[in-house]
Write a protein that binds this ligand. Sequence first.
Ligand code: MLT
Length: 269
Amino acid sequence: MSSIPLVAVHGYPLDRRLWDPLAARARNGALGGITSLFAPDLRGRGNSARPAVALHAMSLLADDVAEEIGTALPKDAPFLLAGLSMGGYVCFELLKRHGARFRGRLRGLALFDTKATSDDDAGRAKRKEAIEAIRKDGIGAALAAMLPKLLAPGAGGNAAEDVARRMILSTPPATAMADLAGLAVRDEGFEVLAAWDRPLLVAVGEEDAITPPSDAEAMTAVATRAPWVKLLTVPGAGHLVPLEQPDEAAAGLIALAEAAGRFTSPTPR
Ligand code: MLT
């Protein structure tokens, strides 16, 4: 494939800046066939024109992204889709709800530091506690809970940590609480992955404390219809591979774009 845009969806409680190192590479011609990167801010933060609502269901966020693809990308243009963590859960919903409409255009999927399981009761209880902590103490509670888990040990004070801190602190508390409420009730993604029949990149930081490599392995294991699957385990990275190790993330995406070029003809459903 000579030239293809990448649509990239950020995680919680982050924003589009997560993808800046990759967007810069795309602009400079250093991301292989990926010549542009469209990374929207999810509702309630950054440049999004959409307000936060009480609960950010993954389906709602997926509908938002689908609509933005319609306006941001040239009509009928093929594209690749990527999501990190919550962004990955949004990708699952996007494929479920809009996959048929984008079928002729969506050529490959990249999942970074995410998982296909849903929350169990203990996980939902933790989300509730996190919501209450933000209600009481503001976004500083999210910073205290998340920052130590986001990056590989030893990242203290580095540039990736600084960007992560800035993203969290600029997330409005109501947005973070709505994200958490939506995360608690999300569906599994395994069925979507089992039906996915295009190239798939699954990338994970070797030291990801939130969605460890075993989650990445579980996702690749079910993707038996995909014609090309790459599991990329990245040393020296935690939960934010695109920020912590952008060269490794870029190499994975370049390989995905190449594979997308080899598997372009739509298979009938
Ligand atoms: C994220 O990074 O988007 C969240 O940590 C995902 C989650 O908590 O499940």
